[in-house]
Design a protein around this ligand. Structure first.
Ligand code: NAP
Length: 270
């Protein structure tokens, strides 16, 4: 599995999104994904599936240390005491001693970021959290989180797909060596019938969904976590590392989001 390396941390470039799967359906999807070579699984306190994710990781024929497990603190659990107690419950549900990455699911309007980051840094010092990050943060909120944390903020997980222009946030991430984890990378399935993506895919023997994922993963610092439940979709989404989009194709897909191509070109570099 290819990785995106930020601040010395290797993040598998492709992960499995698990929302809104729960129970046996979720366990089966994670088990299939691990069997197919996925090494990054995204869950959250909010998803009510940490137990199913943990069960699949435990049963897989893959060493625990080879799987990058991510969970997220619910927005209502960002006060320091709640960070501690809710994360202890997450670990319990996951059946793990530690997670690879703990994210703030969404910024709080009531708890200062300094307090939440300090509590997360404490968990890191205690060894139950390897790395910390955020989700749904703007550039300013990300900057504040980075200033507040005593350890690197490894990623900002945000909605990103061909219909969203993220040039400003991604430029900031590249400049500061932070990953941008793209959630809803298939626009919740919306890219599947896209004629532009399908036409580009035809040239490469790939589907519209694969072009959307390839487009994301070909950008610096971008990690993608498509959700899929069938083996067929899981395999299709995995098979995006054996072709490359041309600069013109990258730009054509970018135009679907309505952004200014010159900025995107700068981001991709020469
Ligand atoms: P998504 O990954 O863009 O799309 C998922 C949908 O696409 C599912 O209906 C899936 O169907 C379908 N699909 C997957 N692969 C396909 C393929 N190759 N061909 C055709 N259809 C395909 O949307 P998402 O679930 O919103 O986002 C992914 C993950 O991001 C979530 O699961 C969650 O882990 C995370 N997320 C995070 C936040 C946040 O606030 N941090 C918010 C939303 C999502 P099947 O299940 O039938 O395969």
């Amino acid at each position: 599995m290819e990785t995106v390396t930020v601040q010395g941390v290797d993040v598998p470039a492709l992960g499995l999104g698990t929302w809104p799967m729960e129970g046996e359906r979720c366990r089966r999807a994670v088990a299939t994904a691990l069997d197919l070579g996925y090494r990054h699984v995204d869950t959250a306190q909010m998803y009510a599936n940490e137990d199913a994710v943990g069960a699949a990781v435990a049963a897989a024929d893959v060493p625990r240390e080879d799987v990058f497990v991510v969970t997220k603190l619910l927005r209502g659990n960002l006060a320091p005491a709640d960070v501690r107690s809710s994360f202890a419950a997450s670990l319990d549900r996951l059946g793990l001693d530690a997670v690879d990455l703990l994210l703030i699911h969404a910024p709080s309007s009531s708890v200062p970021i300094e307090e939440t980051m300090a509590a997360m840094n404490e968990l890191q010092a205690e060894g139950t959290v390897d790395h910390v990050g955020v989700s749904n943060f703007s550039v300013d909120q990300l900057r504040a989180a980075m200033d507040a944390s005593g350890t690197p903020v490894v990623t900002n997980q945000v909605e990103y797909h061909p219909y969203r222009d993220r040039t400003e946030l991604l430029s900031f991430c590249v400049e500061h060596d932070v990953a941008l984890t793209a959630y809803s990378p298939l626009d919740e399935g919306g890219v599947v019938g896209d004629e532009t993506l399908a036409a580009i895919g035809e040239r490469h023997g790939k589907t519209a969904a694969q072009v959307a994922l390839r487009w994301l993963l070909q950008q610096p610092n971008v990690v993608a976590i498509p959700k899929a439940s069938s083996r067929e979709h899981l395999r299709e989404n995995r098979d995006v590392f054996d072709f490359a989009l041309s600069a013109a194709e990258m730009e054509r897909v970018y135009e679907l989001g309505g952004g200014a191509p010159a900025r995107f070109r700068d981001l991709l570099g020469p």
